[in-house]
Design a protein around this ligand. Structure first.
Ligand code: FES
Length: 105
């Protein structure tokens, strides 16, 4: 299976997730936490907010609109009013790039 390159690993900083929209995918958010990279859909499941406009706190990201939050590892909604999980994607690192499978959209 081929992979889609999202960004360079060194573009992603602790608590500064990166917004990307590769062809054929919805808006995505790329995070790093304790040296591991994670990718979720960027759109909050509660409203029209981009999670990359919010705040990453450890392994959670807080939405900028109503203070809901998600686990960046599992996508689980961790704080009200978010209740629906955000989609996550399996990440691989190839040649310094953060990648996800092409067929995972
Ligand atoms: Fe994200 Fe409401 S839009 S918590």
């Amino acid at each position: 299976m081929s992979n889609v390159i999202l960004c360079k690993t060194d573009e992603v900083k602790d608590e500064a997730p990166v917004a990307v929209t590769p062809d054929g995918f919805p808006a995505l958010a790329v995070y790093v936490f304790e040296g591991e990279y994670y990718v979720t859909d960027n759109l909050c499941t509660h409203g029209m907010a981009m999670l990359t406009d919010g705040y990453q706190d450890g392994d959670e990201v807080e939405c900028p609109f109503h203070g809901g939050a998600f686990s960046i590892k599992t996508g689980e909604a961790t704080s009200f009013p978010c209740q629906i999980p955000v989609k996550t994607y399996p990440v691989t690192i190839e040649d310094g790039n953060v990648c996800i499978p092409a067929a995972s959209n």
